[in-house]
Design a protein. Structure first.
Length: 184
């Protein structure tokens, strides 16, 4: 798998690569992926969890205790739990969101999928996600994993990024283009 360049070039990418390789070698990719998915949702939903990962006021020992408690309450797998401990000890919890994103890219590549980063104005239902997957598969010629993010500021439509290609069908961009055209 090709992971040179972007992923390996960043700190979060190096952590994600180490976690991915450990999970792959231990045959725990699915368990770690599920735990990271739960953490990602927790980062979106819980201001306390976001504060834990971003606050410079939380010391190493307190962060370590907190991530152990969070891991236990969320039922995270042992590899992810230990990994969070490493991030806490190294004061790198702020990298967690990027680590999750890079891990998902590595896991998708391992499965032979391409990952599409999709931003929508509101959450998409399963039917819409499946239709998007089929459309993108027809466009790129291989299975596509959808990494969905909700951003109400785009007003409507979708922004889809696959590799270096970006398709911006957001209402915000269309309105901005119209405003530029009207200025002359």
């Amino acid at each position: 798998m090709e992971n040179s360049g972007g992923i390996q070039a960043s700190l979060a990418g190096r952590y994600a690569t180490a976690l991915f390789e450990l999970a792959r070698d231990e045959r725990q990719l699915e368990a770690v992926g599920a735990s990271l998915g739960a953490l990602r949702q927790g980062l979106r939903d819980s201001s306390d969890l976001r504060a834990l990962t971003t606050s410079p006021l939380i010391g190493r020992d307190d962060a370590l205790k907190a991530v152990k408690a969070v891991s236990g309450s969320m039922g995270l797998d042992p590899i992810t739990t230990n990994f969070l401990g490493v991030l806490a000890q190294n004061r790198r919890l702020g990298q967690l969101g990027a680590v999750i994103r890079f891990f998902n890219l590595l896991a998708a590549a391992h499965r032979g999928e391409t990952t599409a980063e999709v931003v929508s104005a509101r959450p998409l239902d399963d039917r819409q996600i499946e239709a998007l997957r089929k459309n993108l598969k027809g466009r790129v010629g291989r299975d596509v994993a959808v990494d969905l993010t909700v951003d109400p500021t785009i007003l409507g439509g979708l922004v889809v990024k696959i590799g270096s290609q970006q398709i911006d069908g957001s209402i915000r961009t269309k309105l901005n283009n119209l405003a530029q055209a009207m200025k002359g």
